[in-house]
Design a protein around this ligand. Structure first.
Ligand code: SF4
Length: 81
């Protein structure tokens, strides 16, 4: 059973950095939030993409890039292509 969307804390507690420098808040999020070859970690972590995602979760408004079925939180099971 999925947890409520508003309980997701990945954008506060977790980060994924890929070998090419790409940063994502989790493996399910459908968009890169920055790249460490172009920005510092602090710039990405505190940047507008991460702030928008955090605000969406705090508002319990499902972010368009929270990708649905594989995610452990209830994102309405929509998959953004
Ligand atoms: S995709 Fe899922 S785990 Fe990732 S930030 Fe969105 S709700 Fe949280």
């Amino acid at each position: 059973m999925k947890k409520p969307y508003s309980e997701c804390r990945y954008p506060w507690d977790n980060v994924q950095v890929l070998a090419d420098g790409t940063v994502r808040p989790c493996c399910w999020f459908g968009k890169d939030v920055g790249n460490l070859k172009e920005s510092t970690f602090e710039e990405v972590w505190n940047g507008s993409e991460m702030q928008d995602l955090r605000q969406s979760i705090l508002n319990n408004e499902i972010h368009s890039k929270c990708s649905g079925k594989p995610c452990p939180f209830d994102t309405g099971d929509k998959v953004d292509q």
